[in-house]
Design a protein around this ligand. Structure first.
Ligand code: HEC
Length: 210
């Protein structure tokens, strides 16, 4: 048997031995690449001796470097679970948007009690302009006068400076973006509630421009 065959056989054996099924990760080459020394929120290595052989922790080697689970938390994860019935809020403290669904056809657009939670700051209006020009301009146009590329080809796009729309509220604009209105489809899945309010602010400012 040549030395080449022996080498080939040994390396194949090591590679095969390294593979393992199920939850067993098998042999890890350069294990420090896989295991974070910092605690991770979800990963749970429950074996206290895991990684003892590479221990660089200053803990007198009571436990291995890879042990990272917390026996007091559910599933032994490091993260605490939120209290039951917790509902996430965004950075403004808003709850997830749940307003009555407005049917596109006959039911009038409901805006009762809807107030824009954002102030008309320069930053909000600047964001609103970028968002309007991303999501609305191709139909409603830069000026909001149905001067977009789409309205060149398809009639029926609302002129937002027209008499019918100059006095609409920001809540109304929010609802139209969310659910659509008549020929206009809903943009609720593309534009977040925060961004809808920014667009509403910008549309009101745009309507005042000559
Ligand atoms: C694909 C083209 C299209 C896009 C994109 C579009 N709209 Fe419209 N929009 C329309 C059309 C068409 C109408 C007229 C609907 C009707 O009266 O049947 C309309 C109507 C409106 C109205 C008046 C609705 C009413 O009845 O009160 C508002 C307000 C409005 N759009 C705002 C927006 C805003 C804000 C955006 C961007 C988020 C936007 N639209 C994106 C085509 C579009």
């Amino acid at each position: 048997m040549s030395i080449k065959n022996i080498l080939l056989g040994t390396s194949t054996a090591i590679v095969l031995f390294g593979c393992a099924g199920g939850d067993n990760p098998g042999l890890e080459y350069a294990p420090n690449m896989y295991h974070s020394v910092a605690y991770e929120p979800l990963s749970q290595i429950t074996d206290e001796s895991a990684g003892r052989w590479v221990n660089s922790l200053d803990n007198g080697a009571e436990r291995g470097e890879y042990f990272n689970s917390n026996k007091y938390n559910p599933y032994r994860m490091n993260m605490r679970e939120p209290a039951p019935n917790t509902v996430s809020r965004n950075k403004y403290g808003w709850l997830p948007y749940r307003n009555v669904h407005v049917s596109k056809d006959s039911v009038p657009i409901v805006t009762a009690g809807m107030r824009n939670p954002l102030d008309s700051t320069v930053a909000v209006l600047a964001d609103g302009k970028v968002l309007y020009e991303t999501y609305c301009k191709h139909c409603h146009g830069v000026k909001g006068e149905a001067d977009g590329k789409v309205s060149d080809k398809y009639p029926g796009v609302a002129n937002l400076k027209g008499d019918a729309y100059v006095n609409i509220t920001e809540g109304h604009i929010f609802q139209v973006i969310t659910h659509g209105a008549g020929l206009m489809g809903s943009h609720g899945s593309q534009v977040s509630p925060e961004d809808r309010w920014k667009i509403a602010k910008y549309v009101k400012a745009l309507q005042k421009q000559k």
